[in-house]
Design a protein. Structure first.
Length: 58
């Protein structure tokens, strides 16, 4: 009993994996940028602003 060749399966899986990886990568990038990075930058800016105000008062 012969097994039929699998045609196009690799190509279909490649595009599925490529689109899923791209979508998850972009989603993770946005989550990091808005969830972590911008909060750290805001804390840093507040720290330097506080230092500048303390320097001006002194």
């Amino acid at each position: 009993m012969a097994i039929a060749p699998i045609t196009g399966m690799l190509r279909k899986r490649f595009w599925l994996h490529l689109t899923c990886a791209s979508g998850l990568g972009v989603s993770a990038g946005y989550a990091f940028w808005y969830g972590v990075h911008l909060k750290q930058v805001q804390k840093q800016e507040e720290y330097y602003l506080r230092l500048e105000r303390a320097k001006q008062q002194a």
